[in-house]
Design a protein around this ligand. Structure first.
Ligand SMILES: [Zn+2]
Length: 462
């Protein structure tokens, strides 16, 4: 039994009053809210680090599953109660620690926000203490872990936000947020850029909703809705025993981003080529411009990011492409319930030769591969498909039909010309001829079942 998570974003509308956006000044409220919550987090971070022993105190913990009592680390819930008792003034308990009076420092801060801040800080402080003790016992001089920062995106617990989604008129959807206007905490309505896609994801019953977060950026503001789902999937070892097992293998390349092959009973049942639609070439041109500009202006200025818009454009294109390719892989998996998704372990790439723009482009292409790999795994897992990584040794060099060593080639004027970067593959032993990326993809299946002599006996599966 595993778990997977996903986020759906709901953008707040700051397009201006005339086009239905928020009133001026509302954005400032959000910034003020983030700021005061950061200050509150700083307060509790200092507080917990002043009492480090409490954070790692051992107490009797009652297991929820078995009812068994055992020694364990103090729970976050108990720590929260303890921290509130020490710092918050109440009618029953009017005297918190004099140096740590939260009620005086942050009057009227809503309880829900205070709790979300404390929970957040407990995680941060504990993580810090663990790495600190590890570092101290290691005896190293370098690499002392730094104190955690108090800044974070506010978590919206129930009671600090509500969604007013008018189903009849989608243009009128608001989110109501409890925000700080500089002097008091008030409820404010924010118009949203609501869409059907959001509602569809949110209403999906297979996913359980967690507390959303407010993400405030320089230009945009959004509420991120986190959802989780329990996933039950067979273990790879169990699946491998199944004679009817379907394997979906993916070979990641540059021009054809992914070549997906589906195999059952030793036969390839389906093949899908996912093209990059000229992305590689397109990106190369942009990078040529980047390289030229850098050459013209001499050394890049330290701490300054040049060509920001161009890089943002390339980032968006890469992200979009990775998303679409991963989706295509997950779609194929969806057709074969209980299948196993097989990838090659990504190679550590050597610094390639060629011009600066070429090197930059190779780097980008490799990052894209990593991104596709990661996204496809996540999306497949959400539908109960487990993925495995196999050794990439030899998948592009050997024949997928007979296992002999072959060559890459291209056709030039009807003649076969052997070339290192050739698109086609030829096997001199059995005269098999096919697309080189297809050959690689089929070999990934062989690598998974370890069927050929050239495949290493010992392999670590992911
Ligand atoms: Zn062959």
């Amino acid at each position: 039994m595993g778990q997977t998570a996903r986020t759906t974003k709901l953008l707040l509308d700051f397009s201006g009053r005339a086009s239905g956006g928020a009133n001026p000044g509302k954005r400032e409220h959000l910034a003020a809210t983030v700021e005061i919550l950061n200050a509150a987090r700083r307060f509790y971070l200092d507080f917990f680090l002043a009492y480090p022993d409490k954070l790692i105190e051992c107490t009797q913990v009652i297991s929820k599953k078995t009812g068994e009592v055992r020694e364990g680390l103090i729970s976050a819930e108990n720590l929260l109660t303890w921290a509130e008792f020490q710092t918050v003034e109440t009618r029953e308990h009017p005297t918190p620690l004099p140096d740590w009076n939260f009620s005086r420092a942050f009057p009227d801060l809503p309880n829900r926000y205070r709790r979300s801040v404390i929970k957040d800080v407990i995680g941060k402080a504990r993580g810090y203490l663990t790495t600190l003790t590890k570092w101290q016992t290691s005896g190293k001089k370098k690499g002392k872990p730094g104190r955690p920062t108090a800044t974070n995106h506010p978590t919206l617990y129930a009671g600090t936000f509500s969604l007013d989604l008018d189903e009849l008129d989608l243009r009128k959807s608001f989110v109501r947020l409890k925000v700080y206007d500089g002097s008091a905490w008030v409820w404010v309505h924010y118009p949203t850029l609501y869409n059907r896609y959001f509602e569809q994801r949110r209403a999906d019953e297979a996913w359980e909703a967690e507390s959303p977060k407010l993400i405030l950026n320089k230009k945009t503001a959004a509420i991120h809705f986190l959802q989780t789902k329990k996933v039950s999937a067979k273990k790879i070892v169990e699946s491998k025993q199944d004679p009817d097992l379907v394997t979906v293998a993916v070979d990641l390349n540059v021009k054809y981003l992914a070549v997906i092959t589906v195999r059952q009973h030793g036969v390839i049942k389906e093949t899908r080529f996912v093209s990059d639609h000229g992305l590689d070439h397109h990106r190369y041109h942009h990078l040529k411009r980047v390289a030229k500009k850098q050459w013209q202006s001499g050394k890049p200025v330290k701490g300054e990011h040049s060509n920001q818009q161009l890089w943002a454009h390339m980032r968006r294109q890469n992200a979009d492409c990775a998303q679409k390719t991963a989706r295509a892989i997950a779609e194929v998996c969806e057709k074969y319930p209980g299948c196993v998704l097989v990838f090659e372990r990504l190679r550590k790439i050597k610094q390639s030769n060629g011009s600066k723009s070429r090197r930059l482009n190779r780097k980008q292409a490799n990052q894209l591969k990593g991104k596709i790999n990661q996204l496809a795994k996540e999306q497949a897992y959400a539908i109960g498909v487990v993925s495995v990584e196999v050794n990439p040794h030899g998948t592009s060099q050997y024949c997928a039909r007979c296992g002999c060593k072959g060559v890459r080639f291209t056709y030039q004027a009807g003649q076969r010309v052997t070339a290192k970067g050739g698109k086609l593959f030829y096997c001199p032993a059995c005269h098999y001829e096919c697309h080189a990326d297809f050959n690689g993809s089929v070999n990934v299946h062989h690598s998974f079942f370890r069927e050929f002599h050239w495949q290493p006996r010992v392999h670590k599966s992911g």
